[in-house]
Design a binder for this molecule. Sequence first.
Ligand code: COA
Length: 160
Amino acid sequence: MNKTVICPGSFDPVTLGHLDIITRASKLFDRVLVAVLVNSSKTPTFSTAERIELLRDAVSGLDNVEIVSFEGLLAEYCKNCGVDTIVKGLRAVSDFEYEFQMALANKKLNPDLETMFLTADADSTFLSSSMVREIGSMGGDISNFVPACVHDRIIAKLRK
Ligand code: COA
């Protein structure tokens, strides 16, 4: 069976934690669509085009990974793409309740949709995009938090 899964998120910006989940999903499944949310209640620091470009460069070594973007409901987007599995990372117990709620809501909206969780790598359990944005914009070192190939562009944007 040829299995495609979706790794959705804001990716504002991509972090090593995201890359860890995407890389592991790419080893488990035939094709991984990394789906960037276009409109959300959050106002992103990086534009959709910037978030997509950073992700494309970060996953350039992974042949079965594609970057896409979507607006509206994830459950609808999955249905339209013919994808029935979402893959997300669980960083800590604090993520669980929210992720569980989203997984259940998505299943109500699209009963064929499953959500699978990969446990976050121990080094990224504390990591988030907002932490990267805050540390980077205040002059701190984010080289342990973001993929090396996109580090300089993230810093340039955050320190503008
Ligand atoms: N490593 C590091 N950080 C991670 C991470 C990982 N493995 N997984 C998540 N994060 C961080 C993100 O960086 C982000 O950090 P920030 O809040 O500091 O910016 C935070 O966790 C939340 O992730 P994010 O991708 O912004 O959102 P989400 O997990 O809440 O969900 C969507 C994103 C796109 C899946 C969700 O908003 C969605 O489906 N939206 C579409 C509308 C919809 O269908 N709504 C109904 C859903 S039930």
